[in-house]
Design a protein around this ligand. Structure first.
Ligand code: FAD
Length: 347
């Protein structure tokens, strides 16, 4: 799994798209695919922050600056915070673009269903398909009333600029009520052989799915993006992981003061603390362990032991040959620990 990465993006512009929706335009270069989303970190007095996903409504292919479009959710925390507080010059922490909603190529005709704020990833797909492909794009776009239609003017401009390629069928509940299954079937029927991408409120997506099923559109040509609030906060998980890594690095960087040595001698095992400034022989004798020794000056070799694990350094090692040292032999009267844990044996 790829590691999560965060970016700090500067807000270049905030566009009031409708009374209830704002586009947040970023002054940034982002590598993303049409249909992908950013996860924004939204500050909260209660819990530090919450994380929410917002689809990019810009296209990576048309020279747009990256932007997300946020619609207020009734009684929702983050969407209202973004619409009320974000201003040009602010910085927002985001996770790298993510998601798999959106065509991998533009060789097929597209039928796109959007309901309300569901237009955001669909808008990115429309602009990209018109720019990158040559096929038809048919949009069915449902909204409460004319005031709540996000990107109404931009869609009209695109349709005018691409006659015969982009068709937009608006459905306004204020005029025709919530679209019934039969309405959706009628709207989809002329495009039933297209690849279908749907994003909107759950009841809308359920109804579209039923209509497509009725028309026999196979599952592999139907794609959906669900707008839900994240229950977990990936930013906090990242912070905890970073704090753990920092604590581990600090512990590793701290100079060793006392090691623990485990000694096997005459069939018994002893474990004692070993301050780095003391030689092993003194530590063992002070602990009442009857380790062998004689000169205590690296001359005789009587205190030789075998290093089993961990590492030590010796002040002097004259009596030991290179082969003996390679075999793990060390002198207790000259040894200081280099690792937190050392295991030795007297043979
Ligand atoms: C991939 C993806 C892309 C998305 N793209 C967009 C986009 O482009 N534009 C967009 O506007 N949104 C988008 N969303 C939705 C967005 O992430 C948020 O879910 C949405 O903005 C609502 O968040 P909120 O914090 O405002 O609401 P929340 O505070 O999460 O509340 C959501 C609803 O739940 C209710 N609620 C909250 N807490 C409780 C509780 N304790 N008990 C019962 N009910 C509760 C609220 O009243 C509200 O109706 C996307 C979601 C996903 C997953």
């Amino acid at each position: 799994m790829a590691a999560l990465t965060t970016h700090l993006l500067t807000v270049a512009e905030v566009i009031a798209e409708t009374p209830d929706a704002r586009s947040i335009v970023f002054d940034a270069q982002l590598d993303y695919r049409p249909g992908q989303f950013l996860t924004l970190r939204v500050p909260s007095d209660e819990c530090g922050s919450v994380a929410r996903c917002y689809s990019l409504s810009s296209s990576p292919h048309t020279g747009d600056r990256p932007q997300v479009t946020v619609k207020r959710t009734a009684d929702g925390y983050a969407s209202n915070w973004v619409c009320d507080n974000v201003a040009p010059g602010d910085t927002i922490e985001v996770l790298a673009p993510s998601g798999v909603f959106g065509p991998k190529h533009y060789d097929h005709d597209l039928l796109l269903f959007a309901g309300g704020s569901g237009i955001t990833p669909i808008m990115s797909i429309i602009k990209s398909a018109l720019d990158q492909g040559h096929r038809e794009v048919a949009l069915v776009y449902a909204n409460r009333d004319p005031r709540s239609v996000i990107f109404a003017d931009r869609l009209a401009e695109l349709a005018a600029a691409h006659p015969g390629r982009l068709t937009v069928a608006h459905w306004l509940e204020s005029e025709r009520g919530i679209p019934a299954l039969a309405d959706l079937v009628d709207l989809a029927r002329p495009h039933a052989d297209h690849d279908v991408y749907t994003c909107g409120p759950q009841p809308f997506m359920t109804a579209v799915t039923e209509a497509l099923t009725e028309l026999g559109v196979p599952r592999e040509r139907r794609h959906m993006e669900r707008f839900v609030s994240l229950a977990a906060n990936p930013f906090e998980r990242l912070e905890q992981a970073a704090a753990k890594a920092a604590a581990k690095a600090a512990a590793e960087a701290k100079p060793l003061e006392t090691a623990v040595v485990t000694v096997q001698l005459d069939g018994a095992t002893h474990t004692v603390d070993w301050p780095v400034g003391d030689v092993l022989l003194d530590v063992l004798l002070d602990a009442g362990i009857e380790a062998p020794y004689s000169c205590q000056a690296a001359s005789c070799g009587s205190c030789v032991y075998k290093l089993v694990s961990g590492d030590v350094r010796m002040d002097a090692d004259d009596p030991l040959s290179e082969e003996e040292k390679a075999d793990g032999h060390r002198l207790a009267c000259q040894s200081h620990p280099l690792t937190e844990k050392v295991e030795i044996a007297y043979e």
